[in-house]
Design a protein around this ligand. Structure first.
Ligand SMILES: [Zn+2]
Ligand SMILES: [Zn+2]
Length: 198
């Protein structure tokens, strides 16, 4: 697939990379339809966020179509349209159960790298350095979503995604503020999707 890769400070390149694969029964693979360029991407691009590695794929807020699910995934299936927030959360740890998914205990395998700087461990974040888990991001044709049952917010009317998205999970943290920009031409921009989120 093609993806936007970080190769150093102010050095981004669109490259051919390996397609993502299911690594865990709770994973899903999403075909990215829309992905946002976030202000936080600038911190990665200008080198403010350490522990980036050459070839890391950028992008941490996105929506798209499910194309493959692991054997333990129950809530979504291939063909569903979903929205995915930047923080990766399991849905079952103490923090997730207390509506603090950005502190999820189960999604950042490198939590000890961020704790000395931030004062506490955080959840994993797509494309936000290896201190936040080293997850590949969404500025790509496909992305792997761990804990897909918890993190894929299902769009109720998939066929009407161009007009509006209806999310069945009403409570998400304030850090989750999607401002979508077009990445693939499959869905016309300014067709009403943005207004639905305003
Ligand atoms: Zn962001
Ligand atoms: Zn959790």
């Amino acid at each position: 697939m093609r993806a936007l890769c970080w190769n150093g400070v102010n050095d981004l390149r669109v490259e051919s990379v390996a397609d993502p694969a299911l690594l865990n029964p709770h994973d899903a693979i999403i075909k990215v339809r829309l992905t946002t360029t976030c202000g936080s991407d600038l911190h990665v691009i200008d080198g403010l966020i350490p522990t980036m590695r050459e070839g890391d794929i950028l992008g941490h807020e996105f929506m798209g179509e499910v194309v493959e699910v692991g054997s333990a995934v129950k809530n979504i299936r291939s063909g569903d349209r979903v929205v995915v927030p930047s923080f990766i959360s399991c849905g079952s740890c103490w923090y997730c159960q207390h509506e603090l998914p950005s502190c999820c205990d189960n999604t950042n395998p490198h939590w000890e790298q961020g704790e000395p700087v931030l004062g506490h461990a955080t959840a994993g974040i797509y494309a936000y350095s290896h201190a936040f888990g080293g997850y590949a991001g969404s500025h790509a044709e496909y992305v792997r979503v761990p804990f897909a049952d918890n993190d894929c917010l299902w769009c109720r009317k998939a066929s009407a995604m161009n007009r509006r998205c209806s999310c069945p999970m009403p409570r998400r943290p304030a850090t989750w503020a999607p401002t979508f920009v077009i990445f693939t031409p499959a869905i016309p921009w300014r067709s009403g999707a943005a207004a639905a989120w305003a």
